[in-house]
Design a protein around this ligand. Structure first.
Ligand code: B12
Ligand code: SF4
Length: 401
C-alpha cells in the first residue's frame, strides 16, 4: 500500500478525512480520550469539527467522515449527522467508533447511513481502514470492522508491545482548530483544574481496563472483554513518560491521568514515572490510597497535583473505616502543600453534614457529588439483549421514553 502523504488543509482544499464530534451542546468538548491519538496516526489531509460547525461545502470537500460514539448520548445525533452527510455527498464514506458504537455495531450499520463501525481497540484497524479507503482497495479484510451485510474478524486488541499502542500522540490537535483554541484557552486560564464543564484535555493514556470488578463499569474485566476482546493492559512506562513530555513540549499547563498505576501496576512502574520532573500540573485519580511517600513524590515531580479521591475504597465502591482513616490522613498531609483534593462521594448515601464538618478548615479540599455518574449505560451482551438495549437507548436519545 502506498504511504499517505501529509498535506496541510486550507479552507478550500479537498479533505481526505473529516472528523466530526457529535457534540450534544456547545459546551460538549468531551472527545473520547482515544480519538485524538487515532486521528494523529493518520498522515493525510484531515480536519476536525464540532457537529455545529458542519456545512454543506465542508461535507462535499471530504472523502471520509469519522464520528465518535463513546457515551450513548449522541446515538440519535450520529444517525442524523450520517443522514445529512450522505444527503450532501452521497459517496462520502461514514465511519463510527467508540464503546457505544462497539456494542450497537450491527444496529448502527443496518439502521443508520453508516458504512463502517470499528469495534474495540481501534488503533490499527482504523489506520488500515482509512489507508485502504484512500488507496481504493478492498476494506473488508481490515480487522474489527462491521459493515452492512457483514463483519471482518475481531482480531485486533492492543498489547504492551504493540507499537501502535506505544506511540500514541494524545496531544497534537492542530488539525481541529476549534478544539485547539478552546484547549489553549483552558490551559492558559485554568492550570491544574479538573472541570468537566471546561472539557478535560489531554488524558495521558496509561492503561485500559482494571483489576477490580466494580459493577456498572466498562473496565470491569467481564464488560471489558465484551468491548475489547482482551484483559487489562498497560503501556510501558517509557511510553507514558513520552506522552507527559509531549504535553510539556506543546506548552500545555496540565496533564490528566485516570487509571491509577500506583494501585494497579507494579511499584517499579510508578518509580519510573516519578523518577523525573515535569513542568506540568497534574490531575490524578486515586482508586485507593498509596503510602504517604508516594504522595510526596508526586508533589516533588509536578508543579502541583490535584488528587481525585473517593470516600470509599476501590474507586468509590466499598465503605471501609481504614480507607476513611487514611483519607483523613492524606488530607492533613496535603495541607499547605501544592497538592489539592477533589473528594468524590455519592450524596445519596452519605451524611453531607459530616463531610462538611470534616473538611472545615481545609481550603485545599473540594467536595463533589458523583451520584449523577451512576447513570444507566449500554453493556455488551447477547444479540437479543443488545437489541433490547438499543431500542431503549435510541428512544431515550430521541426523547421518546
Ligand atoms: C476516563 C473516563 C472519563 C473522562 C473522560 C475521558 C475522555 N475524554 O475520554 C471523564 C472523567 C471526563 C468522563 C466523563 C464521563 N464519563 Co467516562 N469514563 C472514563 C473511563 C474511566 C475510562 C475511559 C478510557 O480509559 N478509555 C480508554 C480510551 C483509549 O478509549 P476510548 O477513548 O474509548 O477510545 C478507544 C475506542 O473506544 C475507540 N474509539 C473511541 N472513539 C472512537 C471514534 C472513532 C471514529 C473510532 C474509529 C474509534 C473510537 O478507539 C479508541 C482507541 O482504541 C471509562 C470507564 C472505563 N474504565 O473504561 C468511563 C466511561 C467511558 N464513562 C462513562 C460515562 C457514562 C461518563 C459520563 C457520562 C459520566 C457522567 N454521568 O457525567 C461523563 C461524560 C462526559 C460528557 N459530558 O460527555 C461510561 C460510558 C458509557 C456509555 N457508553 O455511555 C464509561 C464506560 C463508564 C461506565 N459507566 O462504564 N469519563
Ligand atoms: S476501580 Fe474504577 S476503573 Fe476499576 S472497575 Fe472499579 S470503577 Fe471501574
Amino acid at each position: 500500500m502506498a504511504p499517505l502523504t501529509r498535506q496541510a488543509a486550507t479552507d478550500s482544499d479537498p479533505l481526505d478525512v473529516l472528523y466530526i464530534h457529535p457534540a450534544v451542546d456547545r459546551q460538549d468538548f468531551h472527545l473520547p480520550m482515544g480519538v485524538i491519538s487515532l486521528m494523529n496516526s493518520l498522515d493525510c489531509r484531515k480536519r476536525g469539527v464540532m457537529l455545529w460547525e458542519l456545512t454543506p461545502s465542508l461535507i462535499r470537500r471530504a472523502r471520509i467522515a469519522v464520528l465518535d460514539l463513546n457515551w450513548y448520548f449522541p446515538l440519535a445525533l450520529v444517525e442524523r449527522a450520517a443522514a445529512v452527510l450522505k444527503q450532501y455527498h452521497p459517496r462520502i464514506v461514514v465511519v463510527v467508533g467508540g464503546a457505544t458504537a462497539t456494542i450497537f455495531a450491527r444496529q448502527i450499520v443496518e439502521r443508520f447511513a453508516v458504512d463502517y463501525v470499528v469495534r474495540g481497540d481501534a488503533e490499527r484497524p482504523f489506520r488500515l481502514l482509512i489507508q485502504t479507503l484512500l488507496d481504493g482497495g478492498a476494506t473488508h479484510h481490515s480487522p474489527n470492522l462491521v459493515f452492512p451485510g457483514g463483519a471482518a474478524e475481531w482480531s485486533y486488541s492492543v498489547s504492551p508491545d504493540d507499537t501502535d499502542y506505544q506511540l500514541l500522540d494524545p496531544v497534537t490537535v492542530d488539525w481541529f482548530p476549534t478544539f485547539h483554541q478552546r484547549m489553549q484557552r483552558v490551559h492558559r486560564d485554568h492550570p491544574g483544574e479538573f472541570r468537566e464543564d471546561l472539557g478535560v484535555y489531554p488524558f495521558v493514556p496509561v492503561l485500559r481496563g482494571c483489576r477490580h470488578a466494580c459493577e456498572g463499569c466498562y473496565a470491569n474485566p467481564q464488560n471489558h472483554w465484551g468491548l475489547f476482546r482482551r484483559g487489562f493492559v498497560a503501556r510501558p512506562a517509557d511510553a507514558v513518560i513520552d506522552s507527559l513530555e509531549r504535553c510539556q513540549r506543546a506548552g500545555l499547563s496540565t496533564a490528566h491521568i485516570i487509571g491509577d498505576f500506583c494501585e494497579l501496576l507494579p511499584e517499579t512502574f510508578a518509580d519510573a514515572i516519578l523518577s523525573r520532573n515535569y513542568d506540568l500540573h497534574l490531575t490524578y485519580d486515586l482508586f485507593n490510597l498509596p503510602p504517604p511517600q508516594r504522595i510526596d513524590e508526586f508533589l516533588a515531580r509536578f508543579r502541583s497535583v490535584r488528587f481525585i479521591c473517593h470516600l470509599y475504597r476501590d474507586h468509590g465502591e466499598t465503605p471501609c473505616p481504614e480507607h476513611a482513616e487514611r483519607l483523613w490522613q492524606l488530607l492533613r498531609q496535603l495541607r499547605g502543600t501544592t497538592g489539592t483534593v477533589a473528594l468524590f462521594a455519592d450524596y445519596r448515601q452519605i451524611d453531607r453534614g459530616f463531610l462538611q464538618e470534616k473538611r472545615a478548615g481545609w481550603p485545599h479540599v473540594s467536595l463533589f457529588d458523583n451520584a449523577y455518574w451512576y447513570i444507566p449505560v449500554p453493556y455488551p451482551g447477547g444479540e437479543m439483549e443488545v437489541s433490547r438495549q438499543f431500542e431503549h437507548f435510541y428512544r431515550l436519545c430521541r426523547g421518546e421514553s
